[in-house]
Design a protein around this ligand. Sequence first.
Ligand code: MN3
Length: 248
Amino acid sequence: MSYDLSKLPHLDNYVDAYIDTKAIEIHDTTSNLAYFDNSKKIETGDLTFLIGESMSYEPLKLPYAYDALEPYIDAKTMEIHYTKHYQGYLDNLKKIEGVDLTLPIEELLIKDTRTAVQNQGGGFYNHTLFWQMMKPKGGGMPKGALLKAIENEFGTFEEFKEKFSKAALAQFGSGWAWLVKNKVDKKISILQMPNQNAPRIDINIPILGLDVWEHAYYLKYQNRRAEYIKEFWNVVNWEFCEAQYSRQ
Ligand code: MN3
């Protein structure tokens, strides 16, 4: 199961058309169409595009099989990560007393600063993005506006990769490395976030995230986090990252 964005030569135009107010997400037709609350669904060939702004409180159906990211991310890790950790964050979020699940997740994470909500809600939010930030036969480089922004900020794509990898490697204990866009000045930057704290989404739009909790790599890479980070670049879904970058 995979999706081939080369079948959509007009994707760039499509993204531009909604650049002002909408987020764009890309799914294949077997994905969970309930991902967005107020989504507009457009089907083109074997692809389905969903346009909307908020995640529903349902697990995102993985847009690929557990073994689809082999050999870089092994099937067992994907399965446990998805069925135990990801599902666990969502289940635990729903059990938190007084949590207002009528709010979109981004709004909830900004408004409800209780640690339990940040941990469980952040875990749900971060992973829902993370699954889509990877794809089989991913990797390579971003294009268009995102590539330009990276070159403006970091010099070259290679320098960006090196800085992002270092941030991921240097995160002490469990956490994430993120590439984010500031909502006000539109500049991009790299963040390290501990635990499951979302990447300051009150001020930032996440573009690319890398989970460096041991549960994300330990079965295959044991303690070799650097190797996991290096291989991660082979599965990055740059089309998704470009769509995130186009969000305002
Ligand atoms: Mn994880």
